[in-house]
Design a protein. Structure first.
Length: 209
């Protein structure tokens, strides 16, 4: 539909004001909120994701597009009731204990939200107990661990062991990423997947969800 294409293009451009105006118009045309989300907002963010993967746009453009998408999503939520929009699933992400880097994690979160996932961002310097609590209480089926320091990478293994001890490992998928992290390391600690960048993280979650 024309409404959907205009909205997707607005998200892609990162035009929050126009996105809000178009969402209001679509709502006025009695287009279902779920259709607006799936066929316009997510489509626009997916396009940005592809461009980001191909180095056609960079982090600032992704963040601006995400801001536009959130502006539209804020208008849709009240129509269906808070939290009742049918997202694809829930993913909990965090930078592991001892590591305060968050740019990469934040971009992954933005890209996942743009792809239609609900993201629980645990922040930085996150303990294994906090990851365990997230696994127990948030209903997230996937947990993403980030580390930018080689000294904090081993803590990822401790988190996986903690999930095993709580008999949750078979119920939760664990993915890892960060500059020093490799597929070899992911295999060594028994992670379910490794993503070298934010766009790949979305693909990985899609394959595991």
């Amino acid at each position: 539909m024309e409404h959907f294409e205009q909205l997707a293009a607005s998200i892609e451009k990162g035009d929050s004001a126009n996105t809000k105006a178009l969402v209001k118009h679509a709502i006025g045309e009695n287009i279902p909120a779920q259709d607006i989300l799936n066929n316009a907002l997510i489509v626009g963010m997916n396009r940005i994701g592809i461009k980001f993967r191909n180095n056609e746009v960079f982090i600032p453009e992704v963040l601006v597009a995400a801001r536009a998408m959130k502006a539209g999503l804020e208008l849709l939520r009240p129509l269906l009731g808070e939290g009742s929009i049918d997202m694809k699933g829930k993913v909990a992400i965090g930078t592991v204990k001892g590591d305060l880097h968050d740019i990469g994690k934040n971009i992954v979160g933005v890209m996942l939200e743009g792809a239609g996932y609900e993201v629980v961002d645990l922040g930085t310097d996150v303990s294994k107990e906090a990851f365990l609590e997230a696994a127990q209480n948030t209903k997230a089926k996937i947990i993403g661990l980030s580390a930018l320091l080689t000294t904090t990478m081993p803590y990822m293994n401790e988190i996986i062991d903690t999930l095993k001890e709580a008999d949750l490992r078979d119920k939760i998928k664990v993915i890892i990423g960060g500059a020093p992290v490799t597929q070899t390391f992911a295999d060594e600690i028994g992670a379910d997947g490794y993503a070298p960048d934010a766009a790949s993280a979305v693909d990985l979650v899609e394959s595991l969800a």
